[in-house]
Design a protein. Structure first.
Length: 610
């Protein structure tokens, strides 16, 4: 009888009216045993749903759209197994759909994540390396390969990243953050992939889901980490659901198109008007990116499960979340908490584009600022845009004017008391949305070294943007393509292959060698990762600070002047202590620190005190 029933279930599934089932599979033994399965098919809501193999269904939710049904099952105490969702009409089985609960990896819930001992390398896959020219275009997606167009698809892919993991590791990076890889079927500018059209599918021009899992595996073989760029605020207009929404309020809609006002201060503004607040959170980012309504529990649960599915499926080490504070604050906090409840050590950094320490701190988990309004985002990390702005300006500024030059750095770190955890800030000079640091400093390698030297030695998790380690420059005022150029050597036939020492120009090697030595040194310096910091008010264009713990003491000196500076060291005695010398970590020279130190114009010196 059981064999007959099984045969019936399998054979009847041939007539299934299901076009999509999401998540496509799940895992047994999750912290939250409730799983909401979304099924999509023509008039699927007219059927009654049950499950085989002792799987309890706790809820079946239907919406105003008869093509959707949301089935919630309880997986508590269920081992990994297959079962069938059974669809009946008047108690007669019409069709079935097989579903699988898979085995989790060992200790999956306790997976470790990135922290301030890491250096994160940010790359845009379409512009990094074309490892598989056969997938440059795909019949299922609209935009085709066109490397001649600055804003077109250039063919970079997952295989290109895999091919150059050794290069990234040699640079001193321990973690890779790739901009989104899920399908983006926009007709133009789809290379950035932030307007996703299917969040369970890798864009075929990058590869397959299996290729992404393979990338994760290859990264882990090298003891490195993989961070997924997740988008909670919006999808692309070409997302398959936009053609047949599950509910009218799945996205935020106005009578006429309304764009967000971008005033993120409205979150905590006690004087804000209701209309401004609504426009802020419900307005669309751009016309091609519909704004998701996280207040709809179905939407929030869909996004939460999708994020968790990718963590389990691809064995991820962390998230970076795009436009984090554009979503409804209370709901994005629920999303974040649900993920960190499943993975207590999982780090998530949110893009919080605020330029005030108190406002930035507001969005970090357990923030002392957020507590004022009884708000907790549960977000472990935020992006330090304040430091980024400073790093893109200070080395062009003349000292002597109050609040200019290195004084801006001193003032920035003086406000670290506002953060719940300053060590867990993501710090960077630039990213894929800013001017490139080498453009701002007109490819003056001295200024680049100062920016990187500071980035590598202050609190936080340093992030490097691909190509800057070669001197790559780009002016955002010329359009996004100028700051998202192809990595030289990433394409067959490129005249300059910067992935190898022999293929790099002398200038590229000068940039690379400095960057590699700096960040490889940083890998093993616990004082820089988690130690204390003491800094001294800049004088005569020189800023001095120390990073230290009980076993290590690092002294950093920056000379922002075009003149050689000789610095008397007696002022820093409380940190120098009984140390007599310091090893310059770039030149390997031994420097006497008992009396004075001479600094070259526009330079950084990092000393391991002995």
């Amino acid at each position: 009888m059981k064999k007959l029933l099984l045969f019936f279930l399998i054979s009847s599934s041939m007539f299934a009216q299901i076009d999509r089932i999401e998540p496509p599979f799940w895992y047994a033994g999750m912290h939250n045993p409730e799983l909401q399965i979304m099924l999509y098919g023509k008039n699927i809501a007219k059927y009654q749903v049950s499950a085989s193999n002792s799987i309890p269904i706790s809820n079946v939710q239907k919406t105003e759209n008869p093509n959707y049904v949301f089935v919630t099952i309880n997986t508590k105490n269920s081992p990994p197994k297959d079962f069938f969702l059974i669809f009946k009409d008047n108690d007669k089985v019409v069709f079935t759909k097989k579903y699988t609960l898979k085995q989790r990896r060992e200790n999956s819930a306790q997976r470790q994540s990135y922290d301030s001992s890491d250096m994160m390398y940010l790359l845009m896959p379409d512009r990094f390396s074309n490892g598989n020219p056969k997938n440059d275009s795909d019949a299922s997606t609209t935009e085709k390969f066109n490397r001649a167009s600055p804003d077109g698809r250039h063919g970079g892919d997952i295989q290109g990243i895999i091919n150059h993991l050794d290069y990234i590791q040699e640079l001193g990076a321990t973690t890779i953050w790739s901009t989104p890889l899920c399908e983006d079927n926009d007709a133009h500018h789809s290379y950035h992939t932030y307007g996703q059209s299917d969040v369970y599918k890798i864009d075929p021009r990058y590869g397959t889901n299996e290729d992404y899992v393979r990338l994760s595996g290859e990264i882990h073989k090298k003891k490195m980490k993989l961070v997924l760029d997740y988008v909670t605020n919006h999808w692309g207009l070409q997302h398959w659901m936009m053609k047949d929404l599950p509910t009218h309020d799945w996205i935020n809609q106005f009578e006429n198109y309304t764009q967000t006002n971008h005033k993120r201060t409205l979150v905590h503004d006690t004087h804000a008007s209701k209309i401004d607040t609504k426009t802020c959170f419900d307005g669309w980012f751009v016309p091609s990116m519909p704004d998701l309504n996280q207040r709809n529990p179905l939407v929030l649960n869909y996004l939460t499960q999708n994020a968790i599915w990718w963590i389990e499926y691809a064995n991820l080490d962390g998230f970076r979340v795009d436009t984090y504070n554009y979503a409804e604050p209370s709901e994005i906090a629920k999303w974040t908490k649900a993920i960190t409840d499943e993975y207590p050590n999982f780090n998530i950094v949110g893009e919080i584009s605020m330029r005030d320490q108190a406002q930035l701190s507001y969005w970090q988990k357990d923030s002392p600022i957020g507590k004022i309004q009884n708000f907790n985002s549960y977000l472990p990390s935020v992006m330090d845009f304040i430091l980024s702005d400073d790093l893109l300006s200070v080395f062009n500024e003349f000292e002597g004017t109050w609040g200019k030059g290195l004084e801006k750095m001193y003032d920035n770190f003086s406000n670290d008391f506002l953060y719940q955890n300053a060590n867990n800030l993501l710090i960077f000079a630039e990213n894929h949305d800013t001017h490139r640091v080498n453009h701002v400093y007109n490819n003056d390698i001295r200024k680049y070294k100062m920016a990187m030297g500071l980035l590598a030695t202050v609190r936080g998790i340093p992030q490097l943007y691909y190509g800057s380690e070669l001197g790559m420059a780009g002016n955002k005022d010329n359009g996004d393509a100028d700051i998202r150029q192809d990595f030289p050597g990433g394409w067959q036939g490129d005249a300059n292959n910067a992935f190898t020492k022999e293929g790099r120009t002398q200038t590229q090697n000068d940039y690379f060698d400095f960057t590699s030595k700096l960040f490889n040194w940083r890998k093993n310096k616990s004082a820089v990762h988690f130690g204390k910091m003491t800094h001294y008010i800049p004088e005569n264009s020189v800023y001095v600070y120390f990073r230290y713990n009980t076993s290590e003491n690092v002294m950093v000196l920056l000379n922002n002047s075009e003149e050689t500076k000789t610095v008397k060291t007696n002022r820093f005695q409380e940190n120098i202590g009984t140390n007599k010398t310091g090893k310059d970590i770039i030149t390997d020279k031994i420097i006497d620190v008992t009396n004075e130190i001479t600094l070259e114009p526009k330079s950084v010196m990092i000393l391991e005190l002995k």
